[in-house]
Design a binder for this molecule. Structure first.
Ligand code: AMP
Ligand code: ZN
Length: 472
């Protein structure tokens, strides 16, 4: 039984898929006018955990993410310049070149952080027809009106408009957008299609005149195209609750008579010195900066997972350092537990270990599932991995198996850790030495250790049995 915190009800609810064991997920993706920073990537790591955990739990997941490459203005409230065109001017490139450059940067960051690639990554500019068709539907149903700036959604036709954000709209928007478009009936009415912008580079023909889509329509159009007009989960940052997602809900209500997603999930922010990491504030760090400073991007993934997605995180280099150390230790442990690394463990000892762990093992897996089922408590699941590592009652083989199993969700690439193959000859020597030790033939055992040394190897006797290692 998986529970997720649903912004619709402001409660944790049992996740019931719409269909069989399938989960359709839509995540609001990047606006590709500039680099995606670690604040953005923090959000995608959290949604990657969601996707991985649902898959781990046997769901067939269809993960769709949009790429905004038109219509997102410098203010979320229908004002300012198109961010893409601003980016193009800044770098003296074309809008297409800017999009290509920053889609590449985004995908590179995802790969470095071991975030799964969404099943569909869809660009707004490649779905203009779908957006126009959807706007036509909204207009036909009487939810839109024309002004000089374009076609506007009439929020007064949707009585539940303020319900999602639970905000006092009148207070929030007092006077704000009237100056931008004095013809707007309500200040919080928003543009579906923008016209009369001769300076705008990207323009398409439409029934309302030459122009471009408003920012919100792409998400409703593309989620409906790839997941249907009713799907399981919609995700995004918490700043999307009052404007972007409120407007998505209104648009879907206008077009389909109901909103789209059963669950709306929102992440808290990544901060630096208690300030939101954001391009506009200029306090950004990129995934590749970690490499430049000698950290592994996976150390940031580790750090992100130490916080719950609804709790957010205050980033510091000190905490990244601690995460890097913890990750290194985790890798060392996995290497140590890798079965090919322990050929010398005498069979009797292995047997004892397994016997003792039989009950405990199931317990670990059950706890792991329980924690993640509780609104994706990844920090607890990660802490559990450490309890497992330290648990003397669990045999190393079992620890290895469980850690690799947990890694399907945690995503540290544990299966790919390089472990050195121990030559057969060395394994034989180690086995022989162990026999001597059991027979208390200490001198002979030491002779074998010397022989191994000459070959460039050493043997250490640990709690989990002897370990063969290359001499440093
Ligand atoms: P943008 O490219 O600005 O449209 O942002 C892409 C996604 O990253 C959005 O869903 C944002 O909510 C999310 N986001 C942006 N900044 C942060 C931050 N500091 N912490 C967490 N998520 C963020
Ligand atoms: Zn969106």
């Amino acid at each position: 039984m998986i529970k997720l915190y649903n912004t619709l009800s402001r409660k944790k609810e049992i996740f019931k898929p719409l269909k069989d064991k399938k989960a359709g997920i839509y995540s609001c993706g990047p606006t590709v006018y500039w680099n995606q920073h670690i604040g953005n990537m923090y959000a995608y790591i959290q949604w990657d955990i969601l996707v991985r955990f649902l898959k781990y739990s046997g769901y067939k997941v269809n993960w769709v993410m949009n790429i905004t490459d038109v219509g997102h203005l410098t203010s979320d409230e229908d004002a300012g310049e198109d961010k893409m065109e601003k980016g193009a001017r800044r770098e003296k490139l074309s809008v297409q070149e800017i999009a290509k450059k920053y889609i590449g940067q985004f995908i590179e960051s995802m790969d470095l952080l071991n975030i799964r690639r969404p099943d569909t990554l869809c660009r707004a500019t490649e779905h203009i027809k779908e957006q126009i068709d959807l706007i036509k539907k909204i207009e036909e149903k009487g939810f839109a009106y024309q002004t000089k700036t374009g076609l506007v959604f009439d929020t007064s036709k949707f009585s539940g408009y303020a319900k999602f954000s639970r905000l006092n709209l009148k207070k929030q928007h007092a006077g704000s957008r009237v100056e931008i478009d004095p013809e707007k009936k309500q200040p919080w009415d928003f543009l579906l299609w923008v016209t009369n912008q001769p300076k705008h580079i990207m323009q398409w023909d439409s029934p309302w005149g030459k122009g471009f889509p408003g920012w919100h329509i792409e998400c409703t159009a593309m989620s409906a195209k790839y997941l249907g007009n009713r799907f399981d989960i919609h995700t995004g940052g918490k700043e999307h609750i009052p404007v972007h997602h409120t407007n998505e809900i209104a648009q879907a209500y206008g077009a389909f008579g109901k909103q789209t997603a059963n669950f709306w999930l929102h992440n808290e922010w990544l901060m630096i010195d208690k300030v939101k990491v954001s391009k506009s504030l200029g306090n950004i760090i990129l995934t590749t900066d970690f490499i430049k400073k000698g950290y592994s991007p996976l150390a940031f993934r580790y750090l992100a997972i130490t916080s719950h997605y609804r709790q957010g995180l205050n980033f510091s280099w000190k905490s990244l350092e601690a995460s890097q150390n913890a990750l290194n230790n985790l890798f060392e442990k996995v290497k140590e537990f890798t079965p090919t690394q322990t050929p010398t463990v005498p069979s009797g000892q292995v047997g004892r270990g397994l016997d003792r762990s039989a009950g405990g093992t199931n317990d670990y897996q059950k706890k792991f599932i329980d924690y993640l089922s509780d609104d994706l408590n990844a920090p607890k699941a990660l802490a559990l991995a450490w309890s497992l590592i330290k648990d003397e009652k669990v045999a190393t083989e079992e620890k290895y198996r469980l850690l690799l199993d947990f890694d399907k969700v945690l995503g540290f690439n544990l299966a790919k850790i390089e472990t050195e193959k121990i030559p057969v000859e060395l394994s034989r020597l180690a086995e022989q030495r162990q026999k001597y030790r059991e027979q208390k033939e200490w001198r002979k055992a030491d002779e074998i250790r010397e022989e191994m040394k000459k070959l460039g190897w050493t043997i250490e006797d640990t709690d989990e049995g002897p370990k063969v290692k290359r001499l440093q």
